[in-house]
Design a protein around this ligand. Structure first.
Ligand code: GCB
Length: 604
C-alpha cells in the first residue's frame, strides 16, 4: 500500500507548529540489564519516578555529550521524556507529532500509551495525536531509542556479548566507517492541520521550447465518504507574486510558465536555485476550514544517455564531495551553525554537488541545497551490505520508499544512490539489486539511479541495473600506499573499464587519503598535508584525461570534512580524509581543490 504523505511541516494560515526541541529527561538502563525500562514500563509514569534522570539536548546524538565511556558506547535502548502543554484551542484541529530522525529504532508513548514505532534512522516519521492528546493540559511523551544494528537492519551490524572485567557486556560491531551515533537527531515538532488537509504533493517539471511545465497532483486526507473537497492551486514566483489571477481548481493539473526562471545548478546561471512556490488550498465547502500548504518548486529537466547527464539539456559535470552529518559534541544531531558553515565552505571551494553519504540528510540541509543550486546524490542508509536476505530486502526497499516520499519534489536531488559498497561480487547480488532498482524506478521514474560500487569491474554483478556507474577507489591509500605515481593510469583504466562493461556514464564517487593537519613532509609521505594534495593532483590529471573521452561525468572527494568513526587503530580520532578538519578549517589540499573547482566552474 502507498505510504501516507510526509510533507515537511510548514506554517501557514491553517497550520501551527510548536517545537519540542530543548532539554529532555534522559535515562540509560544499566548495561547488564538493558531491557529494564521495558520490563518495568518506564513509559507508564514520569521517568523521574523510576530512575534518576539527566538532561539531554534534542536534537543531538547522546554519545559525545557526557564524559561517560559507557554512555558513548552504550548498546540497546535509552529513554527520553518531555512534558509539554497542548493549547485548548488545538482541540478543533488535528494534531501531529513529527520526528525528523531518531537513530535507529524508536518507540513513542503519549501519556503512557504506545503511539508508534519506527525503524531506520535518518528519515522522518509522524503520528497523529488528535484523539489521544489532553487539550489545555500537560502531556508527556516518552521515547525509547535503540541503536542496536543486527543482520537485517539497514545498515547491517552485529551485537555480541563480550566478557569484560565486570561481567558480560553487549558490544556493537559494524563494518561501515562512521560512528553509529544514536539519539533524537533532528527536530521534534508538534503541528496542526485542519480536519481535511493536504496530505501529499507530487510535482514533476519539464520544459517545452521556452515554456516551463509543472505537473502536480494533490492527495487530500480527512474528507468523509460523502464529502467532496475542493482543491485550488496557484503558483507564485520568487518575489511572491501570483502567476495566475485566480487559482486552478482540481487535484491534478499542469501549469505552463512562459520564459520560466529555470532551476539551475550553481555557476550555470547567475541566479542558481530559482524556486517558485506551489500554493495549495483544500476545503470542503461549508464544512471544513481551508488548509493551505506551500511547496517550493524548481523547474528543471533531467535526461541521461550512455555517456552524459543533462540538466535543462546541458551536460553536467559534478565536482563535489562525499560528506557526513557529523560534528563535535553533537555527533549526528542537526546543528544549524555547522550546516551554514558547511554551505559557506562548499561555495568557497567551488563545489556544485555532494552525495548524502551514507544516509539521507535532514530536510533543513536539503532545503538549502535547493535554494543554493547544489546537486544532490541522495543516498539511502544501505552501507556495506554483507549478505542478502529477504528480510533485509524488505527494509532496504522501505528505506527507499521513505526517502523518495520525503525528497521526490526537490529539484536539487538529481540521482538516487541506492547503496554504498555492497558486496556486489556475491552470487545473489543480481536478484537482490534488480529488485531494489525496480522498486526505486517504480517510485520515481524521473531520476537516474546509481550505487557507489567498490568491488572490481570484473566481479561486479550490480552495474547492469543502474543508470550511472559510481565507483569508490583508494589508489595510493588502501592499495599501493605511498605510490602516487600509479594513480593516473589506474584511475583512467578503471573508469574506462566500467564504461566498457556497462556502457553508462561513469563518475568517481570516492577517492582520497587520511591527513593529519599540521603534518608536513617534503617529499610527500603518507598522512602529511603534502601527500593529500598530491593524491588530489594526480586524480585531477586522470579526470582531465577521462573527460576528454566523453563518458566521465564527475568527481567526488572523500571527504568534505574529518568525521568520527568506530574506535580502531587505523583511525586517529576518526577518519581524517577531510580536506577540512572536523571543526571546518582548511587543510592545504583545500586550496588546491578550490583552484580546480573554480576553474571547472568557469568552463560551464
Ligand atoms: C569507503 C567508504 C567510506 C569510508 C572510506 C574510507 O570506501 O565508502 O565510508 O569512510 O572508504 O575512508 O575508508
Amino acid at each position: 500500500p502507498p505510504l501516507p504523505g510526509m510533507l515537511y511541516p510548514r506554517e501557514s494560515e491553517s497550520r501551527e507548529i510548536k517545537s519540542l526541541d530543548g532539554f529532555w529527561d534522559f535515562v540509560v538502563p544499566p548495561s547488564n540489564d538493558v531491557k529494564k525500562g521495558h520490563r518495568e514500563g518506564w513509559y507508564s509514569d514520569s521517568l523521574t519516578k523510576a530512575e534518576k534522570v539527566m538532561q539531554m539536548p534534542v536534537p543531538s546524538s547522546y554519545n559525545d555529550i557526557t564524559t561517560s565511556k559507557a554512555l558513548r558506547d552504550h548498546v540497546g535502548p535509552v529513554w527520553y521524556e518531555k512534558t509539554f502543554f497542548i493549547p485548548a484551542s488545538w482541540q478543533y484541529k488535528r494534531v501531529f507529532l513529527r520526528f525528523g530522525s531518531v537513530n535507529y529504532l524508536a518507540e513513542v508513548w503519549l501519556n503512557g500509551e504506545l503511539l508508534t514505532n519506527h525503524e531506520l534512522g535518518h528519515l522522518p516519521f509522524e503520528v497523529e495525536l488528535t484523539e489521544k492528546a489532553l487539550y489545555g493540559q500537560q502531556n508527556r511523551i516518552t521515547v525509547a531509542v535503540d541503536n542496536s544494528l543486527l543482520a537485517n537492519s539497514v545498515p547491517q551490524g552485529n551485537v555480541y556479548d563480550v566478557g569484560a572485567d565486570n561481567g558480560t557486556v553487549k558490544v556493537q560491531y559494524y563494518t561501515f566507517d562512521f560512528f553509529n551515533y544514536a539519539g533524537i537527531h533532528r527536530p521534534v515538532l508538534l503541528h496542526t492541520k485542519p480536519r481535511v488537509f493536504v496530505d501529499d504533493l507530487n510535482v514533476t517539471t519539464g520544459l517545452i521550447n521556452d515554456v516551463g511545465i509543472i505537473k502536480y497532483s494533490v492527495d487530500i486526507a480527512g474528507a468523509g465518504e460523502k464529502e467532496v473537497p475542493v482543491c485550488e492551486v496557484n503558483l507564485l514566483d520568487a518575489n511572491n507574486q501570483y502567476l495566475l489571477t485566480t487559482p486552478v481548481v482540481g487535484t491534478q493539473g499542469t501549469f505552463k510558465v512562459s520564459s520560466p526562471n529555470l532551476w539551475w545548478p550553481r555557476t550555470m546561471s547567475s541566479n542558481p536555485g530559482y524556486m517558485y512556490t506551489l500554493e495549495v488550498t483544500v476545503h470542503v465547502p461549508n464544512s471544513s476550514e481551508p488548509d493551505i500548504y506551500r511547496l517550493p518548486v524548481g523547474i528543471r529537466t533531467l535526461r541521461w544517455t550512455n555517456t552524459t547527464f543533462l540538466i535543462n539539456e546541458k551536460p553536467i559535470y559534478f565536482r563535489g564531495f562525499g560528506r557526513h552529518e557529523d560534528s563535535a559534541i553533537r555527533g549526528r544531531g542537526l546543528d544549524l551553525p555547522t550546516v551554514a558553515r558547511d554551505y559557506e565552505l562548499l561555495q568557497w571551494v567551488g563545489a556544485n554537488a555532494y552525495r548524502t553519504s551514507h544516509y539521507p540528510y535532514s530536510d533543513e540541509v536539503l532545503d538549502v541545497a535547493d535554494r543554493l543550486g547544489f546537486l544532490i546524490v541522495d543516498e539511502c542508509p544501505s552501507v556495506n551490505t554483507e549478505n542478502y536476505t529477504p528480510e533485509l530486502l524488505k527494509r532496504h526497499k522501505q528505506s527507499l520508499s521513505e526517502l523518495i516520499r520525503r525528497d521526490k519534489n526537490r529539484p536539487s536531488v538529481v540521482l538516487w544512490s541506492i547503496a554504498n559498497e555492497p558486496r556486489t561480487q556475491l552470487a545473489d547480488t543480481g536478484v537482490y539489486f534488480k529488485q531494489v532498482a525496480q522498486h526505486t524506478k517504480t517510485l520515481d521514474p524521473s531520476r537516474p539511479i546509481t550505487i557507489a560500487l567498490a568491488r572490481s569491474v570484473v566481479e561486479d554483478k550490480a552495474g547492469q541495473y543502474l543508470d550511472i556507474i559510481s565507483f569508490n577507489r583508494y589508489n595510493s591509500w588502501y592499495q599501493n600506499s605511498g605510490r602516487t605515481d600509479m594513480i593516473i593510469k589506474n584511475v583512467v583504466n578503471e573508469a574506462q573499464n566500467w564504461h566498457n562493461k556497462y556502457k553508462k556514464p561513469v563518475l568517481m564517487s570516492e577517492y582520497g587519503g587520511d591527513t593529519m593537519p599540521g603534518l608536513h613532509e617534503l617529499p610527500s609521505y603518507i598522512w602529511s598535508e603534502e601527500y593529500q594534495t598530491e593524491i588530489m593532483s594526480k586524480h585531477f590529471e586522470a579526470f582531465d584525461q577521462l573527460r576528454a573521452r566523453g563518458f566521465f561525468i564527475g568527481e567526488f572527494i572523500w571527504n568534505f570534512a574529518d568525521f568520527r568513526t568506530a574506535e580502531t587503530y587505523t583511525r586517529v580520532g576518526g577518519n581524517k580524509k577531510g580536506i577540512f578538519t572536523r571543526d571546518r578549517q582548511p587543510k592545504s589540499a583545500a586550496f588546491h581543490v578550490r583552484r580546480r573547482y573554480h576553474a571547472l566552474s568557469a568552463e560551464l
